[in-house]
Ligand binder design. Structure first.
Ligand code: LIP
Length: 274
């Protein structure tokens, strides 16, 4: 079995170097992407270029999926080749507003399987990482999900998302409504999928779900949750597919399945009935 530890260590070093370019307090020029709440700054684009050029220099045969490269027109395709999946700033709205949760997220896949994930929560200076079969760590200390099996005792993290059309908003709010009615202990949103999911890996939250994010938001944190003993699945209860734009991360299968039963993906309902 190939050992990708050298790539992991290189990924950690470039994430730390790129972190120096993420100045939350600096003035930013903000542009809109797919919606009035889907933002990009010059820093997102610059950090992605720094990361990709450093990694490509060392591993010229590897492929890349980067949020800003895809936004600029590159193909979004996960192949069997060694591939780095990069979100240069997860939590761009937070970054723009100086809300202190922004992360560099880097995952590495081979044969479409994630070998490692790195999430650097820049303002908090917290570096999460996990390698397949070798555990999950926060600043070098092992991470363990809570193991909670009773959904009514859970803190659940989710996101509002960037979509603002009526169907997306009513689906998102009714999913939160149904969860609160279960009841759960609380629902939280930090504004970055990567850091949200890492809370499940730390045991600080018991579950996370989201519909509509992309592979670069969650690929790294998904393996961090799994290696911390948590569970990852699709929001319909099926096997997780990082390209499906749906995810549940949870402390246990029972909590994940319970959330899968409660939440709805109205877009899937529309497309199934069409
Ligand atoms: C954002 C996420 C956020 C999610 C948005 C978006 P970006 O990523 O992490 O939590 O709700 O849909 O994907 O655009 O800041 O990298």
């Amino acid at each position: 079995m190939a050992d990708w530890t050298d790539c992991l260590n290189f990924g950690i070093s470039v994430a730390k170097q790129a972190n120096c370019s993420v100045s939350v307090s600096a003035e930013k020029e903000v542009k809109l992407k797919s919606s009035p709440a889907d933002l990009v700054t010059e820093t997102d684009q610059r950090v992605e270029k720094i990361l990709i050029s450093a990694i490509r220099n060392k591993y010229p045969e590897h492929r890349f999926i980067g949020e800003e490269s895809v936004a600029a027109g590159e193909c979004l395709e996960l192949t069997d080749c060694p591939t780095w999946i990069i979100d240069p700033i997860d939590g761009t709205v937070n970054f723009v507003h100086r809300f202190p949760f922004v992360a560099i997220s880097i995952a590495f896949t081979v044969n479409k399987q994630t070998e490692f994930g790195i999430v650097y929560s820049c303002v908090e200076d917290k570096l999460y990482h996990a390698q397949r079969g070798r555990g999950a760590y926060l600043n070098g200390q092992p991470l363990h999900a809570s193991g909670q099996e009773d959904v009514s005792k859970c803190v659940v993290v989710t996101e509002i998302g960037a979509e603002r059309d009526d169907l997306a908003l009513s689906t998102m709010t009714s999913n939160i409504f149904r969860l609160l009615k279960l009841p759960v202990h609380g629902v939280r949103a930090l504004g970055t999928a990567a850091v949200d999911m890492c809370q499940v890996a730390t045991g600080g939250a018991d579950a996370y779900y989201h519909i509509g994010m992309h592979c670069w938001d969650i690929a790294a944190s998904a393996i961090i949750v799994q290696e911390a003993g948590g569970v990852i699945m699709d929001t319909d209860g099926s096997e997780f597919d990082m390209m499906s734009r749906r995810v549940i991360a949870a402390s246990s299968s029972s909590v994940a399945l319970c959330i899968a039963q409660v939440i709805q993906d109205a877009r899937a309902d529309v497309s199934h009935s069409a």
